[in-house]
Each structure stands twice: as C-alpha cells, then as structure tokens.
Design a protein. Structure first.
Length: 162
C-alpha cells in the first residue's frame, strides 16, 4: 500500500497498455477473421481480460458460455454488438454484461471503415462449455489435462436434429 492508501499491484506481468500495438495474436487463424487480441494481466485462473481489435468487416463468432460471465467495454465508437435482441452499434465507453446461457449470447462485428477496439473481461471457469449457434458447434475446454495428458479443447459439430 502506498502512503496515500492506494494498493499497488505487483505481478510478473505488469499492466499492458490497452492502446498497445504489441498483440499476442494478429488474427491470422481462419476463426479469428483478422481479429487481433492482447491478454491483459490476469488474477490467477479466476478472472481474465483481453483487448480485441477488429479490422473493417471483421467479426467475432456469435457464442455463449455455460459458466463464464463476461463484460464488454467499447474502447472506440463503431463496435456493432449482436445479442439475442438484435444488433446495435456501441459508442466508446459503453459496457455490456453477458450472463451465462443463451440470454448472454453475443458477437461483435465492425461495419466501419477503420479498426474498432474493445475489452472483454470475465470469469474463467474450468471446465467450460461454449456454444456457437451460427456454426452449429459446441466447445469444451479445461485447464486440467485430458486422459491423454494433453490440454483439453474439444470442438463438437452438431448433426441435424441434435
């Protein structure tokens, strides 16, 4: 604690800058569709946050979690948010909460001519299941190793009628 009563966070990875251009991922994978990401300092395994930047026309997959609670904060104008209620453009500073389950489904898209940036913070339960309604997929993941000793991350594609 400092003399003025403020607590100081001391971690191995001190605060990254949300305006940094030093990305953990440049969005090169097909599923990222150009979306850059930067993991921010985490509170152990229970809480995490990442900064995302979508290029013009970029999007994140529409999905919901079975265990995680998430909070999105728009850092720039123009992030278009899709939820079960429809789509709407966010303005810089807006914050939106997503509860677990279908009511918390969300995806982001950039309909502007420039990049848009936002933060998603949330709980990080393990194991976790996420559903991707548009893709007809469900993922399951855990921080614990699978029976084969490898990290557990499974993608299941639903068959018609499943």
């Amino acid at each position: 604690m400092t003399e003025d009563g403020l607590f100081v966070c001391k971690s191995l990875r001190m605060a990254d800058n949300i305006w940094s251009e030093d990305w953990d991922s440049l969005g090169d994978n097909d599923w990222e569709q150009g979306m850059k990401s930067l993991r921010l300092p985490r509170s152990g395994d229970a809480l995490g946050a990442s900064v995302y930047e979508l290029p013009p026309g970029g999007r994140s997959a529409y999905h919901f979690h079975h265990g995680a609670h998430e909070l999105l904060v728009a850092l720039t104008d123009g992030v278009t948010l899709r939820t079960p209620e429809g789509e709407r453009a966010l303005t810089a500073g807006e914050a939106v909460f997503f509860p677990p389950g279908p009511d918390g489904a969300h995806g982001q898209v950039n309909h502007t001519d420039g990049p848009v940036r936002y933060i998603v913070a949330g709980t990080r339960p393990s194991p976790e299941v996420a559903e991707y309604p548009d893709l007809g997929q469900i993922t399951a993941q855990s921080r614990l190793p699978s029976q084969r000793g490898e990290p557990l991350f499974v993608i299941h594609t639903l068959e018609e009628g499943e």
